[in-house]
Design a protein around this ligand. Structure first.
Ligand code: UDP
Length: 240
């Protein structure tokens, strides 16, 4: 794998990519596959912060739509992200990659709390740091958590690995004529409400000039290609 152009990145994975071909939950084989990709990326010398969503287990909005209290449902969603973080930690450590999980909701028996300076030390020592439980507050998503951690950990870019291979001008699953952007500005994403990450996450990246690289994590080897500036991706930045 060629050396990356970046020194430190934040990799955000949607919870749904941990399902593999299942409809729900965690597929350990698929998590192991993702962990192999992260390991390869790390071996190029990159410092890696990880944020994993929880949508494969529980989303607060879905609970609220079915009559639950939104905040209560969101806390359940945040707990789901901790389970995913522990699954990924397990897979990475089975490959010999030292990993620490830091949760925005304190859970001393299973992981560390989020402490920026401690996270810095972990990265310096070559550990992967997985930030769990989003920002620790309801009414947010793990996209906002990812943008926040990318900013405070001074990451060079936020890589969003999802099941779509970039940002389109309309939903490619609905419109076969949808056009994918190679690059697009933060302002266009916000003005046209393009499906990248939620608006608060995009705004935080814009204000801190953190490029967002959207790519498909479902294709084997794609993280490596995208890190090397190759492969199919969309970069969201100040100027397209
Ligand atoms: N969540 C929250 N605050 C946060 C992060 C997450 O309330 O800071 C909850 C919210 O209910 C969300 C769920 O956790 O739906 C799972 O996260 P997300 O939907 O971002 O997961 P993804 O879509 O990336 O799998």
């Amino acid at each position: 794998m060629p050396a990356s152009r970046y020194k430190r990145i934040l990799l955000k994975l949607s919870g749904e990519v941990l399902m593999g071909n299942q409809q729900f939950g965690i597929d350990p084989e698929f998590v192991a596959e993702l962990a192999r990709e992260v390991k390869l990326a790390k071996e190029t010398g990159l410092e890696i912060c990880l944020v994993i969503g929880g949508g494969n287990i529980f989303r607060g909005m879905a609970g609220a739509a079915r009559g639950m209290d939104r905040a209560q449902a969101d806390y359940m969603g945040m707990l789901a992200t901790v389970m995913n973080a522990l699954a990924m930690q397990n897979a990475l450590e089975q490959l010999g990659v030292d990993t620490r999980v830091q949760s925005a909701i304190q859970m001393d028996a299973v992981c560390e709390p989020v402490i920026r300076r401690r996270a810095e030390r972990h990265l310096e020592k070559g550990r992967v740091v997985i930030f769990a439980a989003g920002v620790g507050s309801p009414y947010f998503t793990t996209d906002s958590g990812a943008a926040l951690r990318a900013a405070e950990m001074k990451c060079d870019a936020l890589f969003k690995g999802t099941s779509v291979d970039g940002v389109y001008d309309s939903d490619p699953k609905v419109n076969s004529q949808a056009k994918r952007f190679d690059s697009v500005t933060y302002d266009r994403v916000l003005a046209d409400n393009l499906k990248v990450m939620d608006a608060s996450a995009v705004a935080l990246c814009r204000d801190n000039e953190i490029p967002i690289v959207v790519f498909s994590i479902r294709e084997k080897g794609n993280l490596a290609r995208v890190l090397a500036g190759e492969g199919v991706q969309t970069i969201v930045r100040k100027e397209a």
